[in-house]
Design a protein around this ligand. Structure first.
Ligand SMILES: [Mg+2]
Length: 247
């Protein structure tokens, strides 16, 4: 096992678990889906009073899919603000006084409800407590709203464990782009060979870390396969706590 000065973590489904089942259940067109949309719709009522919920839902989900398409194609982040502007464009809500404040209220509500689905197991805290005295720690997250990542870490009392928390909404680029890794190295004053990355998503975490010359621990939770031709990760584990057996 090589020695490292730093360990850099992916956020969601690595450090913090995201549990879709904690999102509100919504009935749309006779289907049940998990979505923040009823709360966002309420928060946007001053702008959307004339829009039926079903129509709002389709714009909200349609903008999400369009944002995901851009994220996957260009590997740049589409921020929550950009995504909400896409919703407004679909609903033909013109810009005007109060629109931006109302949008921020809608984003805040969306993020508040999403945060209820974020779980931080005590076993993860125990592992961080063990690693912190021995390694410098950082986070690199693909997420469309930086303050929500900061808030989630603070809510669970672990923000101070991390020297750098780098979020794609703030850097513009998403993993696997090298720029977002380089930002973490810059903030921590380290090089890629001095750190190991820990993450669950092959296409962004494993390939991204490998491309910048980092060793990587892949958390293979059984839901995602390595793309064909991917060089083997430095280590593969089944769960976050197993990282403790390696570091
Ligand atoms: Mg992840």
């Amino acid at each position: 096992m090589a020695t490292y000065r730093a360990v850099i973590f992916d956020m969601f489904d690595t450090l913090v678990n995201f549990k879709n089942v904690h999102l509100p259940l919504v009935q749309v067109n006779g289907r049940e889906v998990r979505s923040t949309s009823p709360f966002v719709y309420e928060a946007l009522k001053p702008l959307c009073a004339h829009v039926p919920f079903d129509e709002f839902f389709h714009a909200f989900v349609g903008a999400y899919r369009a944002a995901e398409e851009i994220r996957n194609r260009e590997q740049r982040e589409v921020t929550a603000q950009e995504r909400f502007q896409m919703v407004f464009a679909r609903l033909q809500i013109p810009d005007g006084p109060g629109v931006s404040a109302c949008m921020e209220a809608g984003i805040a509500e969306h993020m508040r409800v999403l945060a209820r689905a974020m779980e931080f197991p005590e076993s993860h805290r125990t592992l961080l407590d063990r690693l912190q005295p021995r390694y410098r720690l950082g986070v690199i997250s693909n997420f469309d709203h930086g303050p929500t990542v900061e808030m989630a870490l603070r809510t669970h009392g672990i923000r101070d464990r991390f020297e750098a928390v780098v979020v794609s909404a703030d850097t513009g680029w998403r993993k696997p782009r090298p720029e977002i890794f380089a930002e973490a190295f810059r903030r921590m004053g380290i090089g890629p060979a001095e750190a190991i990355f820990v993450g669950d998503t092959p296409e962004v975490d494993v390939l991204g870390a490998q491309a910048v010359g980092m060793d990587v621990i892949w958390i293979d939770n059984g839901t995602k396969a390595l793309p064909p031709g991917t060089p083997p990760p430095t280590h593969t584990v089944r769960s976050f706590v197993e990282v403790g057996d390696l570091l």
